[in-house]
Design a protein around this ligand. Structure first.
Ligand code: WT7
Length: 645
């Protein structure tokens, strides 16, 4: 661990930065000592309110009751669009770069506002009203931004589903959120491949009787199946829609969106964020953590189907009047220099991506980077999983030419925005450390008994005080929200992550402490993959664990026992992988499948995952105690047939 080397703050960055070290120290203290005063001031500074709040914060962690800015009224699309029209109407809001390097679109604030207003009216004309749930299943095209913002304009709640999820996974999310409306495209393009979006929606819709309207954006123009009465073209609705749209004044605590994420048990949960606190937190973190300066071109590579896309492609940047770049494709198409070509093409100043992408590009060699200029880059960001020091150093030296601070930002779908991170003009960097808390964040490290550890310590990562961007509930299941995040350590929000604090008070995220794995920056529950496998007719039982993977961070390792009489084969493995893809999506496809005679269990029948994780990681010396197993011989079979050596 290269904990020793510290990268000092760059004077040329600090000189013009929004936040310097002195300011960080002062404001951080204030945010902790007087959170209500601090956040009230920020809410005035960052947002336009239709009506003032009467209570800044009211909360009770044991019942997971969290309210910010109650009584305050505002509209998200008004904050992201209307208020920029006077001075930034002709500035670019979105730069869109297609999967095909010859396709791009530039959308000004004026144009985006006009299209959002019309689409908001189109939605209304179709019967969508305040509080209705709208599912969005779109590729990375500007219409995804329009659809999300149009929902917020009329007070509808969007549930964006990543367009890489299967029909089955989409169906689950449509049903769980009780969506009557869905917005999709005919097809999508990614890495030169055509993605059958509408066909997937059609399949999901067969099992969603409540889904009555489907609005389709024309992206490829290829023919798609059509159900008259239910299916409508986006462009046809826009053509007849009114252009004037009065933004709905929403309560600060009205729901803004639902976004599904995986947990250690059960089906993915619909994390619910609300209007005022979320928008404030997304905007403020975007401005300070990326040190966004007026006129800069900012690019976050995340898909809008994830929280990073919500907060840092769309809401944070647009609320700040920034120019945000939206990329339809993948970093390696047509070649591994694609990101740097885009950086040069649009003179990108701030670039935010995931360690898995950095490692994948690093593996392709430096020549792909060296062929570009990149002198426009000023700040680099990382998110989604711990960044190993080799990848950090490569990002810093090769991509950033030692000129750009790297902000390693730790957060979660549930946190709405970044909580632990460096600030470019304030924080000395240690490769691999997410460093220090953002304003208002009170991280605490606890031991397994729930005791607060002080000083240098390692344990579970919790937060002892609310922040405005915090999720408010799990849609339709508040008890699950309480049980997952507020029960294990009463009085704290439990993150599911482990962390270490070093002698400088810097935080090092050590990874999940639950049965959640992080594959290429995508969060997956091992239980979901197991239930997908278990549905297959030849599978008796399965256990899924993560193992260290050079590019993906973690790979998916599945141990499978077969129904008696089934012959194990390579073909069956391929069939099981295809089956998981169909049940969840390509991101959940196992990298390794090991057929086992039996799974190691305790005498009470609990699968001993610790052992399975060790075997998958090929760490046989540290298997630990196996004497409590019902049948220790099972482990010998598993070790003998292990796939990672
Ligand atoms: C989990 C949350 C929030 C953005 C994308 C992922 C891991 C996230 C970091 C980081 C170490 C990180 C954690 C966390 N994670 N960022 N900078 N360093 N780990 O959101 O899908 O909700 O996943 O991602 O394990 O709990 P998500």
């Amino acid at each position: 661990m290269s904990e020793q080397y510290i990268y000092p703050v760059k004077p040329e960055i600090a000189r013009h930065a929004h936040i310097t070290e002195a300011l960080y120290q002062a404001d951080y203290q204030r945010s902790i000592n007087d959170p209500e005063g601090f956040w009230a001031e920020q809410a005035q500074r960052f947002l336009h309110w239709r009506a003032p709040w009467h209570t800044v914060l009211d909360y009770d962690y044991p019942s997971a009751y969290i309210k910010w800015f109650q009584g305050g009224r505002l509209n998200v699309s008004e904050n992201c669009l209307d208020r920029h029209l006077a001075d930034k109407g002709d500035q670019l809001a979105i730069i869109w770069e297609g999967d095909d390097p010859n396709q791009q679109r530039r959308v000004t604030y004026k144009q985006l506002h006009a299209e959002v207003c019309r689409f908001a009216n189109a939605l209304k004309a179709q019967g969508v009203g305040k509080g209705d749930h709208v599912c969005i299943y779109l590729p990375m095209i500007p219409e995804a931004a329009v659809a999300m913002l149009a929902c917020t304009r009329i007070g509808a709640v969007h549930s964006v589903v990543f367009a890489g999820f299967s029909a089955e996974a989409l169906k689950d999310r449509i049903l769980d959120a009780n969506c009557h409306y869905l917005i999709c495209s005919d097809e999508g393009f990614r890495g030169g491949k055509t993605i059958p979006i509408k066909a997937t929606v059609d399949k999901a819709a067969e099992q969603c009787p409540g889904l009555s309207k489907i609005i389709v954006v024309q992206r490829s123009g290829n023919p798609v199946n059509w159900q008259p009465g239910r299916d409508m073209w986006y462009h046809e609705l826009l053509a007849i829609a009114d252009t004037e749209s009065e933004p709905e004044a929403m309560d600060a605590e009205d729901p803004l969106f639902i976004l599904y994420t995986s947990g250690s048990t059960g089906k993915p949960k619909g994390v619910q964020h609300t209007t005022g606190g979320y928008l404030l937190y997304a905007a403020m973190t975007h401005k300070y953590i990326f040190d966004y300066q007026p006129g800069e071109i900012y690019w976050c590579t995340a898909d809008v189907g994830w929280i990073t896309g919500h907060s840092y492609v769309l809401y944070g940047p647009l609320c700040n009047g920034a120019t945000t770049l939206m990329f339809e494709g993948v970093p390696t198409y047509p070649a591994a220099d694609r990101c740097w070509q885009i950086v040069d093409k649009y003179q990108v100043n701030i670039f935010y991506t995931a360690p898995t992408a950095i490692r994948a590009l690093m593996a392709q060699g430096d020549d792909f980077v060296a062929s570009s200029d990149r002198s426009s880059l000023r700040i680099l960001g990382s998110v989604g999983e711990p960044i190993n020091s080799e990848a950090w150093e490569w990002y810093y030296h090769v991509v950033g030419q030692t000129r750009c601070p790297i902000v390693d930002t730790w957060w979660q779908t549930e946190t709405g925005g970044i909580l632990i991170t460096p600030l470019p003009g304030a924080t000395e960097l240690k490769p691999g450390s997410a460093t220090r808390p953002f304003f208002g964040a009170k991280p605490e490290i606890l031991d397994a008994q729930g005791q607060v550890l002080t000083g240098v310590a390692e344990g579970v990562l919790t937060l002892s005080f609310p922040w405005p961007g915090q999720a408010r509930t799990v849609y339709g299941d508040h008890q699950r929200f309480i049980d997952t995040y507020f029960k294990a350590y009463p009085g704290y929000y439990f993150t599911g992550d482990g962390a270490r604090r070093d002698e400088d008070g810097y935080f090092w995220i050590t990874g999940r402490v639950d049965d959640v794995i992080n594959v290429s920056g995508h969060r997956l529950g091992t239980a979901e993959i197991e239930s997908a496998l278990d549905l297959h007719e030849h599978v008796a039982e399965s256990a899924v664990v993560g193992y260290p993977h050079d590019i993906k961070g973690q790979g998916i390792y599945a141990y499978v026992t077969l129904i008696v009489g089934t012959v194990p084969s390579e073909e069956l493995k391929r069939e099981l992988i295809a089956h998981v893809r169909a049940e969840i999506g390509a991101i959940a496809a196992p990298d390794r499948i090991q057929f086992a005679q039996a799974l190691p269990k305790t005498r009470s029948g609990k699968i001993m995952r610790r052992i399975l994780r060790k075997v998958a990681a090929n760490e046989l010396d540290t298997l630990g105690d196996t004497t409590t197993l019902a049948d220790p011989a099972v482990v010998d079979d598993i070790i003998a047939n292990r796939l990672n050596r």
